[in-house]
Design a protein around this ligand. Structure first.
Ligand code: FUL
Length: 478
C-alpha cells in the first residue's frame, strides 16, 4: 500500500503542476500606448507635399511669393486618395503649411492662404476636401504644420507661438480625426517675414515651448500621435533616404531631443534601454525632391528601389511614409501613379503565399499552456510563443507540408509588453544539416529578413539573446 502511494502522489502532484495556469509575462521596459499600437499597424502611408513651392518650382519657398501664384487648374483630391488607396497605403499626411507659410486651408489668422488665391475664387479648402475624401475611402488623415514660417512677420517673437497654436487649433478642431501630426525640425533662417527679408534665428530647444503645444494638441485630439525628431510619440529615423537602422529599438529617452535638435545615431537605432516608447518613422520621397518638379519626371524611383526601401523601413520595425508630390494641375503625376501601382504589385507577389499556416510547429522552451509554438501562427494578436521568465533564448522549428523554396521570413514581437529580442538567427535543414540563412538583432513590431532562395522543409528560428523572455507573436514564411 505504502509502496504504491508515493509514486501515485508524485504523479498527482506533477499533473497538478502541469494543469496550473502559468502567469502571463510582465511588461518589460517602456511599452507603447494604444495609439502607438494602432499607428504601428498602419505600416505604410503617404506624404503629400503641395504648396506655393509647387508653383515656384522650389523646395523651400521664401515666403514672399504673392498668393496669386497658387492656381491649380484641375485639382482633384479624389485622384490623390484613389492613388494612395490603390497603392495599399493606409493614410495620407498633407503639408497644410510648409516653411513658405502658405496655408492650404482658409486660416482666420493669416492672409497668406488659399482664401486669397485664384483657386476656386478663394472659396476652396484643400484640408477640408482631403480630410473628407480620406474618410470616405477609409484612409487615415494626418497634417504637417511647419513650425518655421518664412512668411509671417512675427516669426521669431513670442507672438508667433500664439499664431502657430491658433493654426494648430484650427487644424485639430475643424477637420475630424487626425491620426498623426508632423512637426518638422527644419529651420534655415532667412526669409520674407512680412517684408523684412532678413535672417532670423531661434533657439530650437526653447522657442516653441513644445510641451505646451503638445498638450494643446492632445487636448484637441486625444488619439493623436505626434512626430518630430524626438517624438513625443513618433521619432524621425535620422535620414531622408528611406531606411532605419537594422538594429532598431522603438525606444529613446523622453525629452532628450527637440524638433531640429537630435542625434542621428540614436534616431536610426533607438536605445535598448530608452525610457519611452518612441518608434521610428521613415520619410522618403518617390522623387529626389519633396515637391513636384517637371525636371524630375524621369527620376521617379524604380520599383526595385521602392522594394529595397520597403525592406529597410517596414522590414526593420519602422513605418514608411512615402512622399508623392502633387503637380501644378493639382494632380499626382501619371508616372508616379503607375509606379505606386507597380510597387503594390511587387509587394503582393513577394508576399503572395505564407507557407507557415499549413505547417507544424515545435518550440523549446515553452513557458507553459497558452504560450506554445502554435501561438505564433494563429493570426491572433493577443497570443504568442513565450519562454519562462528567466529564459532569454529559445528555438522554434517549423515543419512545412513538403520541401519548398523560400527566401523570406517575417517576425513580430508582442510589443504590447515591450521590445525584447536582441539577436536571432534563421536556419534551414538542407540535406540533413542545419544551414544559417540569416541573422538579425532587433525584431520589434515587424522584422523581415530576405535570403537567397533555399529549398527546405524545416526552418528554425533561434532567439539567441533577449533583454527579457522573448514573446513571439507572429511568424510568416515566404
Ligand atoms: C524636411 C523639410 O525641410 C522638407 O522640405 C520636407 O518637408 C521634409 C519632409 O522635411 O525637414
Amino acid at each position: 500500500m505504502i509502496r504504491h502511494s508515493l509514486p501515485m502522489l508524485l504523479i498527482a502532484m506533477m499533473m497538478m503542476a502541469a494543469c496550473k495556469p502559468v502567469s502571463a509575462p510582465e511588461p518589460y521596459g517602456a511599452v507603447p500606448s494604444e495609439q502607438q499600437l494602432a499607428w504601428h499597424e498602419l505600416e505604410y502611408y503617404a506624404f503629400i507635399h503641395f504648396s506655393m513651392n509647387t508653383f515656384t518650382d522650389q523646395e523651400w519657398g521664401d515666403g514672399g511669393t504673392p498668393v496669386s501664384a497658387f492656381n491649380p487648374d484641375r485639382l482633384d483630391v479624389r485622384q490623390w486618395v484613389k492613388t494612395c488607396k490603390d497603392a495599399g497605403m493606409k493614410g495620407i499626411m498633407i503639408t497644410a503649411k510648409h516653411h513658405c507659410g502658405f496655408c492650404l486651408w482658409p486660416s482666420a489668422y493669416t492672409e497668406y492662404s488659399v482664401k486669397n488665391s485664384p483657386w476656386k475664387d478663394g472659396k476652396g479648402d484643400i484640408i477640408k476636401e482631403l480630410s473628407e475624401a480620406c474618410r470616405e475611402a477609409g484612409l487615415r488623415f494626418g497634417v504637417y504644420l511647419s513650425p518655421w514660417d518664412r512668411n509671417h512677420a512675427q516669426y521669431g517673437s513670442p507672438e508667433y507661438i500664439t499664431y502657430f497654436r491658433n493654426q494648430l487649433t484650427e487644424l485639430l478642431s475643424n477637420y475630424g480625426d487626425i491620426f498623426e501630426m508632423w512637426f518638422d525640425g527644419a529651420n534655415g533662417g532667412d526669409g520674407y517675414y512680412g517684408g523684412a527679408w532678413e535672417k532670423r534665428k531661434i533657439d530650437a530647444t526653447t522657442y516653441y515651448d513644445w510641451e505646451n503645444t503638445w498638450a494643446l494638441a492632445r487636448q484637441l485630439q486625444p488619439n493623436i500621435v505626434m512626430f518630430s525628431d524626438g517624438g513625443p510619440e513618433i521619432r524621425w529615423c535620422g535620414n531622408e533616404r528611406g531606411y532605419i537602422g537594422e538594429t532598431n529599438w522603438s525606444k529613446i529617452n523622453k525629452g532628450e531631443f527637440h524638433p531640429g535638435v537630435a542625434k542621428k545615431e540614436v534616431l536610426e537605432h533607438g536605445l535598448p534601454n530608452g525610457n519611452a516608447w518612441i518608434p521610428g518613422e521613415v520619410d522618403v520621397s518617390i522623387r529626389p525632391g519633396w515637391f513636384y518638379h517637371t525636371k524630375e519626371d524621369s527620376l521617379v524611383k524604380s520599383v526595385d528601389k521602392l522594394m529595397e526601401i520597403y525592406y529597410t523601413s517596414v522590414g526593420r520595425n519602422g513605418n514608411l511614409i512615402l512622399n508623392v508630390p502633387v503637380d501644378t494641375h493639382g494632380l499626382i503625376n501619371e508616372i508616379d501613379v503607375e509606379r505606386l501601382k507597380d510597387f503594390a504589385e511587387a509587394r503582393r507577389k513577394a508576399f503572395a503565399k505564407n507557407l507557415a499556416p499549413e505547417a507544424t510547429y515545435e518550440a523549446s522552451p515553452v513557458r507553459g499552456a497558452g504560450y506554445e509554438a502554435e501561438k505564433a501562427f494563429d493570426g491572433d494578436k493577443t497570443t504568442y510563443w513565450a519562454t519562462p521568465d528567466d529564459v532569454t533564448t529559445g528555438s522554434l522549428t517549423v515543419t512545412l507540408k513538403e520541401a519548398t523554396t523560400i527566401n523570406k521570413v517575417l517576425l513580430q514581437e508582442h510589443i504590447r509588453l515591450g521590445q525584447r529580442v536582441k539577436a536571432f538567427t534563421v536556419e534551414a535543414l538542407v540535406e540533413g544539416t542545419w544551414k544559417q540563412l540569416a541573422e538579425g538583432t532587433t525584431i520589434g513590431y515587424k522584422r523581415i529578413l530576405c535570403f537567397p532562395e533555399t529549398t527546405t522543409q524545416q526552418i528554425r528560428i533561434n532567439i539567441t539573446d533577449s533583454a527579457a523572455c522573448p514573446l513571439i507573436q507572429n511568424i510568416e514564411i515566404y
